[in-house]
Structures are given as C-alpha cells and as structure tokens.
Design a protein around this ligand. Sequence first.
Ligand code: AVI
Length: 317
Amino acid sequence: MPGSHPQPAPAWQRDSALQEVLDGLQQPQKTLSAKFFYDARGAALFDRICELPEYYLYRSEMAMLPAIARQLQAHFDGPMELVEFGAGSLVKVAELLAANPRFQRFYPIDIAGDHLRRAAEGLQQRFPKVAICPIEADFTQDVVLPERGSQRLGFFPGSTIGNFQPDQARSFLQRLRRSLGRGSHLLIGVDTKKCPHQLHRAYNDQAGVTAQFNLNILAHLNRRWQLGFATEQFRHYAFYHPGQGRIEMHLISEQDTELNIGPHRIDLAAGESIHTENSYKYTPDEFGQLAKSAGWQPVTHWLAEQERFAVYLLQAP
Ligand code: AVI
C-alpha cells in the first residue's frame, strides 16, 4: 500500500561528506573543506606544486631531513620505530630511513590504502631490514597503534599542521600524543612567518599550478556528486593575511550563479568567494606555545636556510 513503508532519506541526505559540502556553502562566508582538494587529480597537482620554484616548503624541508635524521640518534638510545601520519608517497620518510640505521620498524598511516600499500612495497625493497607495516586509516581520527616495540617517533612533515585552525591544530596534536603514547617523540614540519611577498608567490605561481589545484576542488565535487559548478566561471585568489598569520585561498565567482544540492539552492553573486583553504605560518615561539598547550614538550628545532621552514622535535612527557 502506498505510504506504508518509510521512504529512505534521499541520497544527498545520507552522504555525510555531501552534507558537509552543503553546510559549508550555506555559511555567510561560503567554505569548502580543504580535504576535498585531494582526489587523484588533486594529489597529482599537489605533487606538481612541490616541484614549483616558488613553493619553497617542500624543497626546504627535504633538504633538512638527512642531517636531522642523523642528529636524532643523539636523542634516542638503541632501536627506534617510526610512525608517519598521512604518509602519501613515502618520499620524505625515505630520507630519514636512509640516514638513520636505528629505525627498525615503520608504520605509514594513510587513508588511500591501495596507494599506501604500493608505496610501502617499493620502500620495503629499498630498505629490506626495516619492518614496514602499512596502516590504512584516517589519521585525523584516533588511530590505535600496535604495542610499542622500541622508542617511538611520530612524523608529520610538510606543514600540513598549518591547514588546521589553531584550535583544531591543538586538538590534533593532542590526538597524536594519545596515539603515540607517553615518552614518544614527534618530528613535525611547520612553515615559518616570513616576507609576505615570498609567501604570496608560493601560492600564486607563474605557471598557474596552484590555481589549477584550487579549481580542481570544484571539478572534484562535480565528478563525485554531479554538482554542476561552472568551473570556468571561477578564479583562483590567494593572499597572505598578516594579522591572522595565514595564507587564505579562495575561489571567486565571476558571475551571478546558482547551484542546487537536493532541494537546497545556493546563490553566488558575482565577486563572491568560496574559501577553500587556510595555511597558517608560525614563528618558533608561536609553535612552541601551541605544542606545549597540546601537552608536548619542545626538545629542539631546526631552521632551513633564511629561516624559510622549521622542523620541530617534541616529546610527550
Ligand atoms: C598540504 N599543505 C601543507 C599545502 C600548504 O602549503 O598549505 C597545500 C597547498 N595549498 C596550496 N599550495 C599548497
């Protein structure tokens, strides 16, 4: 009989990620979570960003890692195990493993399981003596790690911590402390505050790769949920906000446009923006304070040439 069975909720209501997109677009400042950058195309565009002459973050950190890995030996006795959060292609961690023979076990954690296992197999061939045990998990949630075999070092490179709001960064650092356990260490890469022009160039490259990366967020949402964003109508806009200490990335709509998600209509006026990313920059003092407020004790830090980038060693008391 019609009406006797409860109707299932429509697809757009059952999909929590799509709900999140809708919630963001209903805010006075329309927002999309930066996590939607990373479909396969977004990940490939991010790899291209890392090769750009203007994007100093990747190269500065990579260049520091071998010396850091060697110096870490002074802070640990005996064997060590390494845990990388959001491990991706495992390029950076290879620099640590190559320079420090103390690492006996490595747990790379990433949500993209197939990519992670392929990368882990490649790394295993290069480092046959290290036990490499990939863990498919969302590193922004609590990850339960196997019992600790030796001194544990977490690794969170790339200044991804800068993509969190400071209060979320604090909660995330607390979460890492809980996952890694008492007495563990964390090695974390963080971009520094510097000349706003240099920061501006890093997110407004001449080749336009960052613009493609930013616009891909809309293309990704279109592919995933057929949202119908007219991507050619949007322009990349990124700037450094000195008061907030962050790069903000936006997409500016060049025309009045509307979008329908289920029964909801979203209006965008010409000139209106969708805020897609923050990338916070920290002085060593500021990051030290943030780490302490999350229960970590700063042990030491290393600065890249011209203080372009910082890598911190923290300890969980
Ligand atoms: C992943 N994350 C640290 C990058 C950053 O610099 O905030 C993402 C990025 N956005 C634009 N370019 C790179």
